[in-house]
Design a protein around this ligand. Structure first.
Ligand code: R5P
Length: 301
């Protein structure tokens, strides 16, 4: 039994002070349940309402691509520098240290490999297992305009229904097939459909023209996808332009882990996203010195 000696009755009730209640300010997420908001606050830094997610889920349809051959060696050291890690349950259980404080966005759809029709995905993880893994969110691919469009939308809405039950948010990843144009009109359509049907946040590609209209029309946080590897300064510029146009951060993979200086690139992206650092400055501060150091190390060998 608890020690009850010397207990005093509460005295400081400050009855004249209204109860404080901090509203949850992440775009479009003010009415969500507490658990859902709490998980989103682990992904999106409350100070900036933005995120830098590190995407390494490529293996679920591409196998071990360059940079992801040994996740234990290449990715685990980067974890403390990312706001969230997007990956698969196989990689989590086999390789990601449970003591890592970086929240996980769990890939929850899959099926076809790169050798088949990619839009033919199914839900690949139960929400119960996502909860067991302590996922901060689950991610599902949505193929608007793709061959299996309806099936992929259904995957998303099923996960949203299950996520509502468990308080686990759903990230809809808008997949653009080779035959579709990544212009603002298409991206507005795809992202808006995902948000309207319940996705708690949405990932989409950047487009040079009118990306601000894509961000404006999406009522929940919009995270920019990285895409194929670009020169570092170009990738930083794309991230900068996306957040300046209204994106709530980035979810980048190859432009970080395939960079010659992955850690420096991740730090530079973070400075761009969270501190609105200009791309050239971020490049000079993080990437160039790391590249020079790496080159000097190579020369010594
Ligand atoms: C794709 O469709 C997946 O979500 C990816 O595997 C991943 O997120 C892509 O990242 P990135 O294009 O930045 O390498």
């Amino acid at each position: 039994m608890a020690d009850t000696e010397n207990l005093t009755a509460g005295r400081s009730f400050q009855a004249d002070v209204a109860q404080r209640h901090e509203p949850f300010s992440l775009r479009g997420c003010g009415s969500l349940d507490w658990g859902m908001q709490s998980r989103l606050a682990r992904i999106f830094r409350p100070a900036t309402s933005r995120t830098v997610m590190l995407a390494i889920d490529h293996g679920y349809f591409l196998g071990p691509i360059t940079g992801l051959e040994r996740v234990d060696l290449s990715i685990v050291p980067l974890l403390p520098h990312a706001d969230a890690l997007m990956t698969t349950r196989g990689m989590i259980r086999s390789t990601i240290p449970p003591a890592s404080l970086t929240p996980v966005v769990l890939r929850a759809s899959g099926g076809p490999s790169i050798l088949k029709e990619l839009s033919d995905e199914q839900v690949a993880v139960s929400m119960e297992d996502a909860a067991r893994i302590n996922a901060a969110a689950v991610a599902v691919q949505v193929f608007i305009g793709g061959e299996h469009e309806t099936q992929s939308v259904r995957n998303m809405t099923r996960l949203v229904d299950q996520g509502q039950r468990y308080g686990i948010p759903v990230l809809a990843v808008t997949a653009v097939g080779r035959e579709l144009t990544r212009d603002a009109r298409y991206l507005r359509l795809a992202t808006r459909i995902c948000a309207e049907l319940g996705a708690h946040f949405v990932k989409t590609y950047y487009c040079e023209q009118d990306f601000a209209t894509v961000a404006a029309a999406c009522p929940v946080p919009l995270v920019m996808a990285g895409g194929k590897r670009l020169p570092e300064l170009d990738a930083l510029t794309m991230a900068y332009n996306a957040v300046e146009a209204g994106a709530a951060g980035v979810d980048m993979g190859r432009n970080i882990f395939q960079s010659d200086t992955p850690l420096a690139m991740l730090q530079a992206i973070s400075a761009v996203v969270h501190a609105s650092m200009k791309p050239a400055e971020a490049y000079e501060q993080y990437v160039r010195p790391a590249a020079q150091q790496a080159a000097a190390g190579q020369a010594e060998k």
